[in-house]
Ligand binder design. Structure first.
Ligand SMILES: [Ca+2]
Ligand SMILES: [Ca+2]
Length: 91
């Protein structure tokens, strides 16, 4: 009787554990989109979310800063995503 209860308990735990771990994992990390790192960096740098990264939004030590003029192909003083991605690839 006692051993049967223990076995049942062990089975329940074994069955519940992976499901719990899985749902926790999903809640913890959320969906993982296959976004390129450069795209993520663009979003992070675009502080005011206007879809452009301007010079002021780049940190002083950002590797793109010295190349900003070159990266800004249409010379409008800000980098759109395509200009940003191109500049990231040039580095
Ligand atoms: Ca911006
Ligand atoms: Ca531009």
């Amino acid at each position: 009787m006692r051993s049967t209860t223990l076995a049942t308990l062990a089975l329940l735990i074994a069955a519940a554990a992976p499901a719990t771990a899985q749902s926790h994992d999903h809640a913890g990390h959320g969906p993982a989109p296959a976004a390129a790192p450069a795209a993520g960096e663009f979003e992070r740098l675009d502080a005011n979310r206007d879809g452009f990264v301007q010079r002021a939004e780049l940190p002083a030590d950002h590797p793109l800063l010295p190349h900003f003029e070159m990266a800004d192909r249409d010379r409008n003083g800000r980098l759109d995503r395509r200009e940003f991605d191109a500049a990231q690839r040039m580095r």
